[in-house]
Design a protein around this ligand. Structure first.
Ligand SMILES: O=C(O)CCC(=O)C(=O)O
Ligand SMILES: [Fe+2]
Length: 401
C-alpha cells in the first residue's frame, strides 16, 4: 500500500509559472524594473527582431537567443556560466546530485540574467536558469529548503502518553466526549476482564467532536472547493520533490480546505479545535483534507506516515484526527487490522491516533495501519487533519516539504 498524498507539493509549479509574468523591465533602460506590465520576454521582442544562434549555450540546456542590441553583455553572461559549469559544477562533488539536471530551460535565460533577473526574480530564475544564475545547488531540495537546526519538534519521547492523559482528564476537552479504545497499559484499577479497551497504541474516539451544523458546513465547503480524485505519493522527481499518483487502491475524491475554505469561520473554529485537543500548533497541521466516498469507493490498507518527510522541514506526520461528517447508510468504516478494530462512521464522531511510537516520535508505528472500507450503501464524507512534527504551512508556501 502507499501513503496518502500530502498537500506538500500542491501549487508549486503554478506559482513558479506565474513568477515569470511578474518579470518587469523599463522600456528605455533595461536595468531598472518598473511596475509596467510588459515582461522581459515581450520587451525583448521589440524593437529589433531576435537573432537566434543555436550554438550559443546549447550545452547548458536550451540554446540562448541573442538580442543584437545587447549582444556583448549576453555573450559575457554565457561565457561566465560556461566557466562556472566547467570549472565548478562538473568537478566538485557537492554538485553530484544536480549536475545532470542543471540546465537553462528557457531561451531568454541569458538575456534575463543580463537584466539582473537572477536577483530580482530568484524563485523562477534559480530553478529555470540555474547555469546562467550559477545556482545549480538550488536544484536539490535539501539545499533549497535547508532544515533549521533550532526548529522544535511537537513531540519528544513520552509526549504521546502525556497528551492522551490530558485528553482524558482536561475539563475543557470532555465536551467532545473522548472514549479510549486502545492504550499501551491498563489504567489503574482495570484488568483484562473489566477494561473495555484493547492494549495497543494510544487511540481515542470522540463522540461529539463537531456539531451537526459544523459537519454540514464542512461538506458544503468541500463542494465549494471541488472534490477531485484522491492521490497517493508517487515517484521522486529530479529536484527531490514527489509526484502524485492515482491508483485503484484509493478511489475517493477529496478537496483541500485552503483559500476560501481556510478563511471560513467554521473551518477556522475546527482547526482551532484540533490544536486545543492535541496541543499541536495549528501551523503544524496540513490543510484539512475533505473526503467524499461514493458507493464502492474505498482506501486500501495504508499508513499515514510519509517516510521522506522525516528529512523535510515539516517532519513526519505524528497524528491523524479523522472527522466523520455524515451518517453512512452502510459500510465505510475505518478498519485497523492490527488492532482488530473498526470505527463506524457517524456524524460528529472523530478518531485520533498516532502515526509514530511514543518512545521515538519520528519512527513509524505500524500498528496504526488502516483502511477505509468500501461504502456499500449511500455516500460517506470525512475530513483528515494530519499533524506534523514541525511547521507544515509556511514551508509549503515556499515550495518546500
Ligand atoms: O475514510 C476513512 O475512514 C479513512 C481515510 C484515510 O485513512 C486517509 O485518507 O488517509
Ligand atoms: Fe489514512
Amino acid at each position: 500500500g502507499g501513503v496518502a498524498d500530502s498537500s506538500c507539493n500542491v501549487g508549486k509549479q503554478a506559482s513558479l509559472d506565474a513568477e515569470i509574468g511578474t518579470t518587469t523591465a523599463n522600456d528605455d533602460d533595461y536595468g531598472e524594473p518598473t511596475n509596467a506590465t510588459s515582461s522581459a520576454r515581450v520587451l525583448y521582442q521589440a524593437p529589433t527582431p531576435a537573432r537566434k544562434l543555436d550554438s550559443v549555450g546549447g550545452e547548458m540546456g536550451v540554446a540562448q537567443t541573442i538580442d543584437v542590441n545587447r549582444e556583448q553583455e549576453i555573450y559575457e553572461k554565457i561565457a561566465e556560466a560556461r566557466y562556472y559549469m566547467v570549472n565548478e559544477v562538473n568537478i566538485e562533488p557537492e554538485y553530484d546530485a544536480v549536475r545532470d539536471i542543471c540546465k537553462n530551460k528557457h531561451e531568454s535565460c541569458a538575456f534575463w540574467a543580463m537584466l539582473g533577473e537572477c536577483e530580482k526574480n530568484p524563485n523562477y530564475m534559480k530553478l529555470n536558469c540555474a547555469p546562467i544564475c550559477q545556482t545549480c545547488d538550488f536544484l536539490s531540495i535539501e539545499t533549497r529548503c535547508p532544515l533549521d537546526p533550532n526548529a522544535v519538534d511537537a513531540l519528544y519521547p513520552g509526549d504521546i502518553t502525556k497528551m492522551f492523559n490530558r485528553i482524558l482528564t482536561d475539563p475543557s476537552i470532555q465536551q467532545y466526549q473522548p472514549t479510549i479504545v486502545s492504550r499501551p497499559e491498563y489504567a489503574e484499577g482495570d484488568t483484562a476482564e473489566t477494561a473495555n479497551y484493547i492494549l495497543g497504541p494510544w487511540m481515542v474516539v470522540f463522540e461529539n467532536a463537531l456539531t451537526d451544523e459544523e459537519a454540514d458546513r464542512m461538506i458544503e465547503l468541500g463542494g465549494n472547493e471541488g472534490y477531485q480524485r484522491s492521490a497517493d505519493v508517487g515517484r521522486k522527481l529530479e529536484d527531490g520533490t514527489y509526484d502524485k499518483k492515482i491508483y485503484a487502491g484509493r478511489t475517493s475524491t477529496n478537496a483541500w480546505c485552503q483559500n476560501d475554505c481556510y478563511e471560513d469561520p467554521i473551518a477556522k473554529r475546527l482547526m482551532q479545535r484540533v490544536e486545543d485537543i492535541t496541543g499541536v500548533p495549528e501551523p503544524n497541521s496540513e490543510w484539512l483534507q475533505l473526503l467524499r466516498y461514493e458507493q464502492n469507493q474505498h482506501y486500501n490498507r495504508h499508513h499515514d506516515l510519509i517516510e521522506y518527510q522525516k528529512e523535510r522541514q515539516c517532519g513526519v506526520r505524528i497524528f491523524t484526527l479523522y472527522f466523520y461528517l455524515n451518517d453512512v447508510e452502510e459500510g465505510g468504516g475505518t478498519e485497523f487490522p492490527a488492532l482488530n478494530l473498526t470505527v463506524t462512521p457517524k456524524r460528529g464522531r472523530a478518531a485520533l491516533w498516532p502515526s509514530v511510537y511514543d518512545h521515538d516520535p519520528n519512527l513509524k508505528d505500524p500498528r496504526t495501519e488502516h483502511a477505509a472500507l468500501p461504502v456499500t450503501k449511500g455516500v460517506k464524507y470525512g475530513a483528515n487533519a494530519w499533524l506534523h512534527q514541525r511547521d507544515f504551512k509556511n514551508p509549503h508556501r515556499e515550495g518546500c516539504n
